[in-house]
Ligand binder design. Structure first.
Ligand code: ZN
Length: 280
């Protein structure tokens, strides 16, 4: 049975409509309060989700601040140039193999956290984020969805100056600055969607629609990304893959984020991130 998982006050929880259910409580301790540990028991999450009628809700989602559903991933990857429209706006060549960079785990934050900008060249990239469940090495593309515990929304905030300060470009630091990886608001199991590979994505800045596409436009699909990355790195429960962004980022027009801007990132069936940009 499909489940929706969240990090409520640093504790693992299941969500149904507007209610949250503390997982340690409803499982009688069988599921850890630690979201990272809770994600290692997907079967229990599925079972409990099916039986939520038997439990009293622990509270209302509107009354709490949600954290990153996966607060401390071991590995966190970003994918560059994975929508043709974005390849075109960046005036780059379509890659033959996935372009993978590190989005360091230390930048991962929650769905409503502020973004700290240290330059005047910071930009947004709305993205679907894949969360690995059962890990593995050399994962077969045909079995790759079995290694996905859920999908969430991510913002791949990028300091374009830092991203392109080296020749050849080294993306890691410019995309991993403190606070540059908001995720959430929840993690949704793949079986929750009619088609988890075809979800609408939107990014708005101060309410203005800047990015709008569907994840079915990915050049390298989720299974292809998992198969490719796991040739190099053993994937572990909670690992994140930011799958790339469609067209509409700011740098193509030389328009960057400014102090007080609010970036809203929405994906169908998951929810919306809302992040205020603070110039420091
Ligand atoms: Zn990106």
């Amino acid at each position: 049975m499909a489940f929706t998982f969240a990090n409520v006050n640093k504790k693992s929880a299941l969500i149904r409509e507007n209610s949250f259910f503390d997982l340690e409580t409803i499982s009688d301790g069988a599921v850890s309060a630690d979201p990272m540990e809770a994600l290692t028991t997907p079967e229990v999450l599925h079972d409990l989700s099916e039986n939520l009628d038997n439990f009293a809700a622990s509270g209302n989602v509107d009354d709490v601040v949600l954290g990153a559903p996966v607060p401390r991933p071991t590995n966190s990857f970003g994918i560059g140039l994975n929508y043709q429209t974005h390849v075109d706006e960046a005036a780059m060549e379509t890659p033959d193999v996935p372009m993978v960079f590190a989005k360091l785990p230390s930048c991962i934050t929650g769905p409503t956290s502020d973004v700290q900008m240290r330059s005047s060249e910071c930009d947004y990239e709305g993205e679907l984020v894949v969360v690995i469940g059962p890990g593995g090495k050399d994962i077969d593309e045909n079995q790759a969805w079995e290694h996905v515990i859920g999908l969430t929304v991510g913002q791949d905030f990028s300091d374009r100056g830092a991203q392109f300060m080296n020749m050849p470009a080294q993306f890691t630091l410019g995309k991993s600055m403190d606070s540059f990886g908001p995720t959430g608001p929840v993690l949704v199991s793949p079986d929750s969607f009619p088609d988890p590979a075809d979800l609408e994505l939107q990014t708005r800045v101060n309410g203005e629609l800047r990015q709008h596409d569907r994840t079915s436009s990915l050049i390298f699909s989720i299974p292809k990304l998992i198969a490719f990355i796991s040739r190099f790195v053993t994937l572990t429960t909670g690992d994140l893959i930011f799958t790339g962004t469609p067209e509409g980022v700011g740098f193509r027009n030389g328009v960057f984020l400014t102090d007080g801007d609010v970036v809203r990132t929405y994906i169908e069936g998951i929810g919306t991130l809302e992040n205020r940009c603070i110039q420091i």
